[in-house]
Design a protein around this ligand. Structure first.
Ligand SMILES: Nc1ncnc2c1ncn2[C@@H]1O[C@H](COP(=O)(O)OP(=O)(O)O)[C@@H](O)[C@H]1O
Ligand SMILES: [Mg+2]
Length: 366
């Protein structure tokens, strides 16, 4: 069959949405089709970012196109979420309009939670999702610097007699951090109640608007901040970041246990193994497992979850963290691709969780 728009549409009619049982063409899921030489762009538009079939439909589209027109094509399938008719008003919890709340946590500090959070956020934004990040590491905020917006001051807006903060936006990601309001050194001397108060303000007193994902970059370990988070909002799930060293794995295990513990019961979406191996820029195919190998995989089996990503140690990750550019912005680099693949696995994990488990309840302390 010749590669024409009509023929392509006919092929896309073979893909059926499992829930509605209608083909994706007739049910209006195809937002755009472009053919340019041997390159095909398909934009799919879904009603909800939480549609559990997004990734499987994307895969089917690719398979059907390749089956009919050959696999030497460059097929680019992107997804968009249908803008809602009107923005839902925020309720007192400050979470209306936010579909999924995800904590990015770890046991140990310095394993790359913030790096993983910002690159995941950027990768999700590039895939068309509406993403926000809250820097919950109140004592060591690093989100503003990692986005290169440390000198920006968020503005405010008054509604009635209440003042709201407008999140700062960069690369399509909305963010708030205590780092926008105080010098990091100042925050380190705060006591527990002040820190948890600040976190609550970042959640409640901000105009987040509608978001598919709100990611929380957590402080290390298990702390008051973690408890405040699960009491303030219903957390959809947690992603636990670890490095391959045994001490880091042992701490990650404690992190998993905290989220799964009685009374908290936040599902663990998966693990991320950061600094999994070293790959020199000039030898992109080589992997040196300098911190060990296999521990994250083993922990995932033990706690019945999966490894969502293995991110190598790459010099540019560190440099980009300091300059505010992001590895995930460059899909063509090895590291950019690992973050993009991570984002896909993450989306799958959230879809699976939302399909199979009841919504998380906010923790009530009696
Ligand atoms: N995959 C990686 N390759 C190279 N450097 C990394 C990688 N991940 C994190 N880093 C660097 O390690 C340091 C700690 O990372 P960070 O994300 O701040 O950890 P955490 O938030 O867990 O404390 C930062 O300087 C960061 O740039
Ligand atoms: Mg951090």
């Amino acid at each position: 069959m010749e590669l024409t728009k009509n023929n392509l549409e006919a092929i896309l009619k073979k893909v059926v949405h499992p829930e509605t049982q209608k083909d994706i063409f007739s049910s209006g899921l195809i937002n755009e089709i472009n053919i340019d030489g041997n390159s095909i762009d398909v934009v799919l538009m879904f009603e909800k970012a939480t549609d559990p079939f997004i990734n499987s439909i994307k895969r089917s589209v690719k398979t059907e196109i390749e089956r009919e027109f050959g696999d030497d094509l460059i097929i680019n399938i992107t997804t968009k979420i249908k803008p809602k008719e009107k923005a839902a008003p925020k309720n007192a919890d400050g979470i209306e309009g936010i579909e999924n709340i995800v904590a990015i946590a770890s046991g140990k500090g310095g394993v790359g939670k913030s790096t993983v959070t910002v690159n995941l956020a950027v990768a999700l934004a590039q895939k068309g999702y509406r993403v926000g990040v809250i820097d919950a590491d109140i004592f060591g905020p690093s989100i503003p610097k990692m986005f290169g917006v440390q000198d920006v001051k968020p503005s405010g807006v008054k509604e009635g007699n209440k003042e709201f903060i407008i999140p700062v936006e960069k690369y399509g990601v909305k963010m708030l951090s205590v780092g926008f309001f105080v010098y990091p050194a100042e925050a380190t001397i705060w006591r527990g109640p002040m820190a948890t108060g600040v976190l609550k303000q970042l959640i409640d007193q901000a105009k987040w608007g509608e978001l598919d994902y709100l990611l929380f970059d957590m402080p290390p370990g298990t702390s008051d901040i973690h408890l405040t988070l699960v009491q303030s909002v219903p957390v959809t799930g947690a992603v636990i970041v670890s490095t391959p060293q045994e001490v880091a794995i042992a701490d990650a295990r404690k992190g998993v246990a905290m989220f799964k513990s009685n009374g908290i019961e936040v599902p663990v979406l998966g693990l991320v193994e950061n600094m999994a191996w070293f790959t020199p820029a000039e030898l992109p195919e080589n992997k040196y497992h300098i911190f060990g190998k296999g521990g994250t995989e083993k922990l995932a089996k033990e706690v019945h979850t999966e490894v969502l990503a293995q991110i190598p140690i790459v010099e540019s990750v560190c440099e980009n963290g300091d300059t505010g550019k992001h590895s995930a912005l460059d899909f063509t680099s090895v590291i950019g691709k690992s973050f993009s693949d991570f984002a896909d696995k993450f989306l799958d994990a959230v879809e699976k969780r939302n399909k199979n488990q009841a919504p998380t309840k906010q923790v009530i302390i009696k």
